[in-house]
Design a protein around this ligand. Structure first.
Ligand code: TXA
Ligand code: MG
Length: 347
């Protein structure tokens, strides 16, 4: 299949291009498009054939449910049987934006979309192109991240091409995203809200708005993870990746250099995921920075692109700095831990 890539520079002037993508979605096909978090692979979330194509293109296990992207509260009401007050409060505050809510699903939502669950994940994205596409399609758009299952999520159209070229009919290239990690997922099907996946919107922000406790359940402790997606290997570069963690920055840099020297003795090529503050001190062969340690927003934005960048080098192993004791570290550490398959050195 030929994948058509359309660059969208001006949503107003390119209404016909967006209409072409919306038409594909209405016909039950799939289209990759940008959201503020990461690129999504979208299809009509109420059409089982479209949903099957999403799973197929990504190579995703079909018990891993999809998020429905909406552009209005009216659309949400069609998809659920109940909107608890707390859910309404966070939707009012954070939508459109990088927040997904889990609510009890209505009859309208096919089981295929929710991986057999009785609940459904819903989000109103902030990206103008995503909102325009949903509006034109006139249906909730089911969209997982537009990567091959297990690979880092795409933060530019180039990344989508790397993974899905030839497998989907269209990519809308709307440039770079502006958040960089996937939405915070909050489950409102029980009395106390539970974060199933940390993201740009932090636990603290949610608690401030709700005025109540919010629990954190990233899925590792349960036998049956609440967000099924959390049990799979994720966000992994092609080379083996090891995370080095510690409170003392100098010790982390020293440890990474010690490991790098050992790898060099064995003839291995070493990549480093660094930050601006430490970059110049490393002995690695390829040293890429996530940005300044002062800005977790910057680090989030660059995380997946940096991990993918190593796939274009010949590194055998990657050592990464970690982030301890900062607000929003939960979102970044959650991704880094998965990227390295929980292979961690503590100093
Ligand atoms: O920012 C995002 O959320 C991006 C963009 C494209 O919107 N989408 C995204 O989708 O990250 P995906 O499919 O890669 O991740 C969705 C996660 C999975 O871990 C899935 O298991 C979980 O949401 N999920 C979906 N429906 C659920 C449900 N009903 N109950 C619990 N977890 C659910
Ligand atoms: Mg994903």
């Amino acid at each position: 299949m030929e994948t058509k890539v359309i660059q969208i520079r001006d949503i107003e002037k390119q209404k016909d291009d967006i209409e072409e993508a919306a038409e594909l979605i209405r016909r039950g096909q799939v289209v990759a498009f940008p959201t503020e978090t990461v690129y999504g692979l979208g299809g009509d979330g109420l059409n089982e054939t479209a949903v099957a194509q999403i799973y197929e293109a990504k190579g995703r296990p079909s018990d891993n449910p999809l998020i429905l992207h909406v552009n209005s509260m009216a659309m949400v009401r069609e998809l659920v049987t109940l909107i608890p007050e707390k859910a309404q409060t966070v939707m009012n505050r954070f939508w459109p934006g990088p927040l997904t809510v889990i609510l009890p699903k209505s009859e309208k939502v096919p089981k295929k979309t929710t991986g057999g669950l009785q609940s459904v994940a819903i989000r109103m994205p902030e990206h103008k192109l995503a909102l325009a596409l949903i509006e034109k399609a006139g249906v909730p758009i089911a969209a997982p991240s537009a990567n091959t299952s297990g690979r880092p999520s795409p933060t530019r159209a180039e990344h989508v091409k790397e993974d899905l070229s030839g497998k989907i009919p269209m990519i809308l290239d709307g440039g770079k995203v502006f958040v960089g990690v996937e939405s915070t997922i909050v489950d409102f099907t029980s009395e106390i809200p539970v974060i199933l996946r940390p993201g740009h919107i932090s636990k603290k922000q949610l608690e401030n708005v709700l005025g109540c406790e919010v629990l954190m359940n990233q899925g590792q402790t349960d036998k049956v993870p609440k967000a099924p997606g959390m049990k799979y290997t994720h966000y992994a570069p092609k080379a083996n990746m090891i995370l080095v963690l510690g409170d003392d920055n100098q010790k982390v840099v020293d440890k990474i250099n010690e490991e790098t020297d050992k790898e060099h003795q064995e003839g291995r090529i070493v990549g480093i995921i660094a930050t601006d503050e430490n970059m110049e001190f490393y002995h690695g062969d390829y040293v890429f920075s996530l940005g300044s340690r002062q800005s977790m927003d910057e680090v989030m934005l660059h995380l997946y692109g940096t991990i993918r960048q190593f796939d274009h080098t010949n590194v055998d192993v990657i050592y990464s700095e970690g982030f301890v004791g900062m607000e929003q570290e939960e979102a970044i550490m959650n991704r880094l831990m998965k990227s390295c398959g929980h292979e961690v050195i503590k100093v």
